[in-house]
Design a protein around this ligand. Sequence first.
Ligand SMILES: Cc1cc2nc3c(=O)[nH]c(=O)nc-3n(C[C@H](O)[C@H](O)[C@H](O)COP(=O)(O)OP(=O)(O)OC[C@H]3O[C@@H](n4cnc5c(N)ncnc54)[C@H](O)[C@@H]3O)c2cc1C
Length: 449
Amino acid sequence: MIKGFKGRLIAPGDADYAGHRRIWNEAVRARPALLARCADADDVALAIGHAHGRGLPLTVRAGGHNFAGRSLADGGVVIDVRDLNGIAVDPERRIARLGAGLRWGRVDPALQKHGLATTGGSVSKVGVAGFTLGTGLGWLGRLHGLAGDNLTGATVVTADGAVRDVGPHADPDLYWALRGAGTGLGVVTEFRMRLFPLVRPATGMLVHRLEDAHEVLWRVVEATAEAPAHLNWAAVLTGAPPVPALPDDVQGRPVFLVPVFSTGPDGVDDPYVRALRRIGRPLLDTIAPTDFCAFQTSTDDAAPDGTHWDVRSEWLTRLDGPAIDHAAAMIEEASSPLSEFLFRPLGGAIAAPDAPDTPFSYRHAAFMTEVIANWTTGDGAAERAWTDKGLSGLMHLSAGGPDVNHLGLDEEASRAQAAYSPATRARLARIKSSYDPAGTFTSPPWFAC
Ligand SMILES: Cc1cc2nc3c(=O)[nH]c(=O)nc-3n(C[C@H](O)[C@H](O)[C@H](O)COP(=O)(O)OP(=O)(O)OC[C@H]3O[C@@H](n4cnc5c(N)ncnc54)[C@H](O)[C@@H]3O)c2cc1C
């Protein structure tokens, strides 16, 4: 169907169409007209030409974990890069060349073999591509920056079919855009990422009763206000993990979790880790020296494939009591134990004065919040209304907009646009018109300025 195409072309009538089309979020309904599983950059260029010649919507698919399903468009052509999955690590230069179809679950162990790591997803099934081309906030983020901060270059096939080696000195504007706002501009076939020495971390989970969330979160925020960048944590209000060690009266009920991640030299004796463990009366404390890759996969089961999801997110200037109380009350109303409120701190390398100039517009924010709804049956209307209500109780703390990697289903264009500052959006629009003047790639909503 595409002359010279070496990979696989799959259309709706094919027996394995459903399998190839399937993405993580079952709530996404779009049915593309053609899935092009590309074998190399030449295939990518051929698929671009095919879609452009027919005026079909054109999207790119990597890990398939975008909540809003932006890798699929109804009636469109999907450039599926999952078979571009090579990994080459240069331990001397501390650079990895990563095929654009990889997920973090394959990358982290390959880097760990060399005693190296980079900022990757905190769920290992997430794709390197969408993660890096968006915010790319992971457990190593406070120490080493966002994924885009560590992108040293990339190979990109642009709308004209050219294969470009993009970096600080070659197509610098496109390189800048890829470091945080890189979808809809071309197809990345390979990422080049900066690596860092991997320190065996102290990690684990502190599980508290939901009714203690207010006091505990407050004390965690105070205890970590001056914490060094090697200390990271999160606050999660969600269903109790299925662990027999938890008391019967919290089994199947919402709880308050504080995951802790430290790569400090003192391991579990790190003073900040010790301070966090002393707060409140945890029902469970699993903090221990941990294999990095084991930690990176430890919450995969809380995000299973084959079910329905929506999300709302926002960068926050701070946290306050009403916000915590709101989250605690709302999680009691959630219809699924997998629904959650999540708060993640920023700071460290993300906010450093010498942080690189990238499209990321919220280095000044103190926290990111996600309100995630899960459902297995029904049309999801109640769950999706729950995410809106959940976010509305936090908006008085907004730093200005949502996280581009956690935009939900059908969010208004104005919300998507607020993921970037007006100056960043204006620069992105100029880059889009330079590299994709005919609008061959389906534009993400933040280009609709
Ligand atoms: C369970 C879960 C956990 C998550 N954890 C984190 C986290 O810890 N930190 C974080 O920052 N985000 C996180 N995310 C958000 C995630 O990073 C984004 O949803 C991201 O878009 C997913 O990338 P993907 O490659 O898996 O998805 P896809 O849906 O395949 O792609 C996402 C977007 O990138 C585009 N794209 C994909 N490949 C390419 C390419 N090669 N060239 C150009 N464009 C491309 C797609 O067209 C689409 O717009 C998480 C998401 C989920 C579902």
